[in-house]
Design a protein around this ligand. Structure first.
Ligand code: ZN
Length: 448
């Protein structure tokens, strides 16, 4: 309870401050110019995310960055700019709780690795800004970036907040915390290939005391959330995908320290034992969860731990095995096989499911495919749409985003037709507004 309120306040300060970075002594950034006056959006339908139903003849009144009102047939206020979107459905801006926006996998794992070694941090961050723009254009107005190196994520978040580049609102983790030789370490190469051994400054921890120090360092340098690698991973060399990689003492120290500092905690865990240990240690979410059992799901439900299933990552890696070295291909195949049954078990268990894709593993800009994948595995379209509201809750931002209602940020997308009849229309976003600013509008609406 205590840490929940703290996290919400920290997030609000970080994400919605008018001049981020001013406290650090930087010159005042140029504020993004707000949409002047009042804007009214009109659409055939709206799914506001507060229930499983749509309403017809929808009007959303936007003033500055906020929603002034939303409902059926509301009168357009005099002097307001009317944007009549026609036969579309308005939805809350999509929220992705698991992204890697500073990178993107191509058709070849080996080529990505080689090209990555040759790029400067500046080049990689600029690439990240192009991925961020694509992400926003596809309807994602908020993302949580879980794991990045050399402060590319912090830099990109700050640049977006300052209006230097276009992109979604970002919560960032800096380095994911993990064990020597684990998923978050550079594993699978001889000693000294990458210089001195990685340590606490890169999130590689040994014992509870270093775990605390790593949390403090991440917070010191701008992390909004703390991410750990509790189990092995799919796209790492030399580790077992389901093995637990952190001790109970390390996990507890991380959760306690992060929560004391008002930060949420996310645990990457494919293996069941790792997921259970992280849930027991008080982590806010289990990411992936490929091999999580009924028993662990019951524990997560009882503790209020969220599941972030990242179905798209399994789909993209498990469906394209030829791109990977054989040891990674074998893990991708196993994770894909595990996750579909796990997702069905999760639906039955009633655990809270928050939207998350692992975008970056899949190309940025196609993350709305996650909605269709959840529906394919038995979720109703309405429940799938509402997982982004659950993501807002996981991020500690549900007072500000996640539904279309009076007083919330004007983060609004429009999709053609009716997503309750065809969930795949979420992949064809026509209109995007973030904090009252329009970033994408239909061709018919474009002014010369
Ligand atoms: Zn990930």
């Amino acid at each position: 309870m205590k840490h929940g309120i703290g996290a919400g306040m920290v997030m609000a300060a970080l994400l919605f401050a008018s001049s981020p970075g001013a406290a650090a002594g930087q010159p005042a950034p140029p504020a993004p110019s707000p949409t002047p006056g009042v804007v009214a959006l009109r659409a055939a339908r709206m799914f506001d995310g507060r229930s499983d139903r749509e309403i017809a003849d929808a009007v959303v009144i936007v003033e500055g960055s906020k929603i002034r009102d939303a409902g059926t047939g509301l009168p357009v206020p005099p002097g307001a700019t009317l944007i009549d979107l026609g036969d579309v459905t308005l939805l809350p801006g999509f929220i992705d709780a698991h992204t890697h926006v500073t990178g993107e996998a191509s058709e070849s794992w080996i080529s990505d690795f080689y090209q990555g070694l040759r790029r400067t941090v500046a080049e990689q961050t600029l690439l990240g800004s192009s991925y961020a723009r694509r992400t926003l254009a596809s309807g994602f107005t908020t993302i949580r970036n879980v794991g990045s190196e050399k402060d590319m994520d912090v830099g990109l978040r700050n640049a977006i907040n300052r209006g230097w580049v276009e992109g979604p609102r970002m919560l960032v983790s800096r380095y994911a915390l993990g064990a020597t030789g684990g998923h978050c370490d550079q594993t699978g190469f001889p000693p000294e290939t990458f210089g001195p051994e990685t340590g606490v400054a890169q999130g590689i921890i040994h014992g509870a005391e270093e775990a605390r120090q790593a949390v403090r360092l991440n917070v010191k340098y701008g992390a909004d959330v703390i991410k750990v690698c509790a189990s092995g991973g799919v796209l790492s060399l030399g580790d077992d995908v389901s093995a637990s990689q952190l001790t109970d003492a390390e996990l507890s120290a991380i959760a306690e320290e992060a929560h004391r500092l008002g930060r949420k905690t996310a645990a990457h865990a494919h293996g069941d034992a790792a997921a259970r240990a992280a849930a027991r240690a008080g982590f806010d979410s289990i990411e992936h969860g490929s091999f999580v059992t009924e028993e662990t799901l019951a524990l997560m439900k009882a503790r209020g731990t969220y599941l972030v299933p990242t179905l798209l990552a399994g789909e993209w890696t498990g469906g394209k095995l030829e791109r990977f070295p054989p040891e990674i291909a074998a893990k991708a195949k196993a994770a894909l096989a595990g996750r579909s049954d796990m997702f069905r078990r999760a639906l039955k268990s009633g655990v809270k499911i928050a939207f998350g894709t692992d975008a970056g593993v899949s190309p940025h800009g196609m993350s709305a495919k996650e909605f269709g994948l959840m529906v394919d595995l038995g979720m109703t379209p309405a429940a799938a749409l509402r997982t982004t509201g659950t993501a807002a809750d996981l991020l500690g931002l549900s007072a500000l985003i996640g539904t279309l209602e009076k007083g919330k940020e004007a983060d609004i997308v429009a999709v053609p037709g009716d997503p309750l009849k065809d969930i795949h229309v979420t992949e064809k976003v026509l209109f995007v507004m973030k904090g009252g600013r329009v970033s994408v509008r239909p061709a018919a609406q474009r002014q010369p």
